[in-house]
Design a binder for this molecule. Structure first.
Ligand SMILES: C[S@@+](CC[C@H](N)C(=O)[O-])C[C@H]1O[C@@H](n2cnc3c(N)ncnc32)[C@H](O)[C@@H]1O
Length: 216
C-alpha cells in the first residue's frame, strides 16, 4: 500500500509529470468536496494516460465535477471513449443534483460521449458490469468499508484502474463513518493490500481517494 500526500505527488510518481495543463475553467462553477485539493487533475491524468481506454464508468455523479474531469482527460487519449455515469440524482435523500441539470452541464462542457443514467446502483447489475468491462471506474457513493469489500471481491477487469472516494485513516476517524458507526475503510484496504494482485495507492489529502490497479 503506497501513501501520497496530494494528487500532484501521485501524478508525478505514476506518470512522471510535474504539471498537468488543461482547461480547468469548465469546472469553475461546479461545487464538489474534491475541489479543494485539485482532485480534478488526478481524474484527468488517469484517463489521459490509461492504456487501451474504451470505457469509463462513474457511480456517484452529483454535479459532474469528477465525470467532466475524466471526460476531458479521455478526450486527449481516445475521443471515442464511452462514458457512463450512474446516480440517483434528485431521488437521493441527502445532498442531490437534478438529472436534467447534470445533462445540461455535460452539454455545456461539450462532451457528447457521456450518458447519465438515473438508477439505484445497489439494486441493478450496472456496478458489477462496469467493474468487469470498463478500464476506469470511479466509485463515490458515500463509501464505507462494506462498499469497498463488495467491490474488491467482485470480478474486476484485468485492465482496470479503480478510483474510490475515501481510504485514509483520517477520513475514517473524522467523518460520518465514525458518527454513524459505519464500517471504516482503512482496515479493509490493509487486508486487501496482502493480495499481491492489487496495487493500492491512497491519496491522503482530505477527503482522500484510493486508486487500485489490478496487476495480476
Ligand atoms: C459525494 S456525491 C458524488 C460527488 C461527485 N463524484 C463529484 O465529483 O462531486 C455522492 C453521490 O452518490 C449518489 N448515490 C448515493 N447512493 C446511491 C445509490 N444507491 N445509487 C445511485 N447513486 C447513489 C448520490 O445521489 C450522490 O449524488
Amino acid at each position: 500500500m503506497k501513501l501520497f500526500n496530494t494528487p500532484r505527488d501521485y501524478i508525478k510518481s505514476k506518470f512522471g509529470a510535474n504539471e498537468i495543463n488543461w482547461n480547468r475553467s469548465i469546472l469553475d462553477s461546479i461545487e464538489s468536496s474534491y475541489k479543494e485539493n485539485s482532485y480534478c487533475d488526478l481524474f484527468y491524468a488517469i484517463c489521459l494516460y490509461k492504456d487501451n481506454l474504451k470505457e469509463i464508468n462513474e457511480f456517484g455523479v452529483l454535479g459532474c465535477y469528477s465525470i467532466i474531469s475524466m471526460a476531458a482527460g479521455s478526450a486527449k487519449n481516445n475521443s471515442n471513449t464511452l462514458i457512463k455515469g450512474f446516480d440517483l440524482f434528485e431521488d437521493y435523500e441527502f445532498n442531490s443534483f437534478k438529472l436534467n441539470d447534470a445533462k445540461e452541464r455535460i452539454k455545456k462542457a461539450g462532451f457528447e460521449n457521456i450518458s447519465l443514467i438515473k438508477t439505484d446502483v445497489f439494486k441493478g447489475d450496472n456496478l458489477l458490469k462496469g467493474l468487469a468491462q470498463a478500464q476506469v471506474v470511479h466509485i463515490d457513493l458515500s463509501n464505507d468499508g462494506d462498499i469497498y469489500e463488495k467491490i474488491l471481491t467482485s470480478n474486476l477487469n484485468k485492465n482496470l484502474t479503480l478510483i474510490l472516494e475515501g481510504g485514509s485513516h483520517d477520513r475514517d476517524e473524522n467523518t460520518w463513518i465514525k458518527k454513524y458507526e459505519a464500517r471504516p475503510i482503512h482496515p479493509v484496504l490493509k487486508k486487501f493490500s496482502e493480495d499481491k494482485r492489487l496495487e493500492i495507492s491512497i491519496i491522503n489529502a482530505f477527503p482522500s481517494l484510493t486508486i487500485i490497479e489490478n496487476i495480476a
